[in-house]
Design a protein around this ligand. Structure first.
Ligand SMILES: [Fe+2]
Length: 351
């Protein structure tokens, strides 16, 4: 048997003074510190004061049985984890089960016992207690390390998320500047993209879109004509109607815009807005000719907002339309060019 700390304190509770004396003598000779109680009524008070590392208890005692003492000790916050060994003349299997499961008794020794047997059992219980305490300690240390790591990871993630958000915002801000420059090259379109974003947001809010959808709607609306950055502007600003060839080049701006943004995968919805803001509800739009709900809600909103702002603004080849005429024109295209629900919302907002 390996060595157990010599200073272990053992409390012996037995109404038989002779047994107590015998046990005490044996245990003292092994270097244990020993306290004895022969009146079971004193057991709890002595245990509280002595703070033993292990307690042995006789079962059959007057006034207070060994079971009752077990019950009292197991309810005490300081003593409930101290190993208990029952030392009894009764060799009853039922008693052993009760001891183990009801009172979490660690061992059961039957009188009469050999001195060596008593010491071995006591040493074993003490070692088990030490090992359990070590396991418990290392468990809590592990939990605490995991907690610290999780906290560090959370901070790192938040830092990364902030960096990603900053990168996204920088890209968007550069693009907004480019778009503003594009709009302002032509006095007739100055501020167009920002106004389309404003109108789109009004529609989106009236439709109860989420904050994230509104953010994407606003960005997509600002960026909707970004493709015009790389097509010849003289086609757009020239007075009078475009030739079919000129129109084809102009119409390519939706697809070209989507291709410019394609590498920026965080702009998924925005790219669809750019690509589909000239699609029509009946499928007669461009570039893909998709129709109805397939166009997607956000591109359909920007499509209405784009035309509303274009018609209510001066152009090189015509003066701005009145709000009433614009609404009338959009109404006439409801269900043909435009999503009917969005036209109704536009009317609620502007008429
Ligand atoms: Fe456009």
């Amino acid at each position: 048997m390996s060595k157990v700390k010599e200073s272990a304190k053992i409390l012996l509770i037995d109404d038989d003074k002779l047994i107590l004396k015998l046990m005490k003598t044996i245990l003292l000779s092994y270097g244990f510190e020993v306290e004895t109680v022969y009146n079971p009524m004193d057991a709890y008070a002595v245990a509280k004061a002595f703070k033993p590392n292990i307690i042995t208890i006789d079962l059959m005692m007057p006034e207070l049985s060994g079971w009752e003492i077990c019950d009292i000790l197991r309810r005490d916050s300081d003593l409930k984890k101290v190993p208990i060994i029952i030392v009894s003349a009764k060799n009853d299997n039922q008693d052993k089960e009760v001891a183990k499961y009801l009172f979490k008794v660690n061992d059961y020794i039957t009188k009469p016992f050999e001195a060596e047997e008593l010491v071995k059992r006591i040493q074993f219980s003490l070692m088990r207690k030490d090992s359990l305490q070590r396991q418990e300690k290392s468990f809590f240390e592990t939990i605490s390390v995991i907690g610290t790591l999780a906290e560090e990871l959370k901070i790192k993630n938040e830092h990364l998320e902030r960096q990603v958000r900053m990168r996204e915002e920088t890209i968007i801000s550069v693009m907004k500047t480019l778009i503003r420059a594009l709009d302002e090259k032509d006095p007739y379109t100055a501020g167009h993209s920002e106004r389309v974003a404003e109108i789109s947001l009004k529609i989106g809010k009236a439709m109860g879109l989420s904050l994230n959808e509104l953010k994407k709607l606003e960005r997509g609306a600002i960026l909707h004509d970004i493709g015009k950055l790389i097509i010849d502007l003289s086609y757009i600003s020239k007075p009078g109607p475009l030739t079919s060839e000129e129109f084809e080049i102009m119409a390519s701006h939706a697809e070209v815009g989507a291709r410019i943004l394609e590498p920026l995968d965080f702009l998924d919805e925005e790219i669809m807005i750019v690509k589909r803001h000239h699609e029509a509800w009946d499928g007669s739009g461009y570039p893909e000719g998709v129709s109805g709900d397939e166009i997607g809600l956000l591109p359909s909103i920007v499509s209405v907002a784009d035309v509303y702002d274009a018609l209510t603004s001066d152009r090189s080849y015509r003066a701005a339309w009145s709000k009433e005429d614009t609404l009338k024109e959009i109404q006439s295209l409801k269900g043909r060019k435009f999503n009917p629900i969005i036209v109704d919302i536009l009317f609620q907002i502007y008429s």
